[in-house]
Ligand binder design. Structure first.
Ligand SMILES: [Zn+2]
Length: 174
């Protein structure tokens, strides 16, 4: 079980731009480590749906996602288009699990990516899946959720405080 350490906010590695995977087979061990590390994080924190290779110290454009009972192994993702419609949400991240960030994401997107067997695939994602993909693809470019905070004074909150508030008490949409 190759569980890897998750690099945390402040680690300069998280700001690096990850490199393209040229031979999909080289991502094989990365994907196993991502899956095992995601499962360990879910077990210890009680949440978590996606992880990017850079978060376990591997600067490859590789993402592993589990959502709605399905897993996705995504190499070299490219967002072909995004909806003009956006929505606001409170986001979190394995690299700063105790911090919530109020930000805006596109409501849907069209993605092209490579699979570990070297085939190319496309998908259309909406809502939860779309925002998760945007979060993970940002990691590949060294962008963190905190960079997208809507308002520096009111868009950051500890997880404890977030859980203390009811939805109606959360800061209003901007
Ligand atoms: Zn993250």
């Amino acid at each position: 079980m190759p569980i890897r350490r998750i690099h945390e906010l402040g680690d300069p590695l998280l700001r690096k731009v990850s490199r393209e995977v040229t031979h999909p087979a080289e991502a094989f061990t990365t994907l196993i480590d991502l899956r095992d590390t995601l499962h360990e994080f879910q077990r210890t924190h009680g949440f978590g749906r996606g992880i990017a290779a850079i978060q376990i110290g591997i600067p490859q454009r590789v993402i592993y996602i589990e959502i709605a009972g399905q897993s996705y192994e995504i190499l070299n993702p490219v967002i072909l288009s995004r909806s003009e419609e956006h929505f606001q949400m409170w986001d979190d991240c394995f690299s700063f699990p105790n911090l919530m960030v109020h930000l805006e994401r596109s409501k849907s997107l069209h993605l092209r990516y490579q699979c570990p067997d070297a085939s190319t695939s496309e998908l259309v994602a909406t809502d939860d899946f779309a925002e998760l993909l945007q979060h993970e693809i940002d990691h590949l470019d060294g962008i963190l959720a905190i960079d997208r905070a809507l308002d520096p004074k009111h868009s950051l909150m500890t997880r404890t405080q977030y859980l203390r508030l009811k939805a109606s008490e959360l800061p209003k949409s901007i």
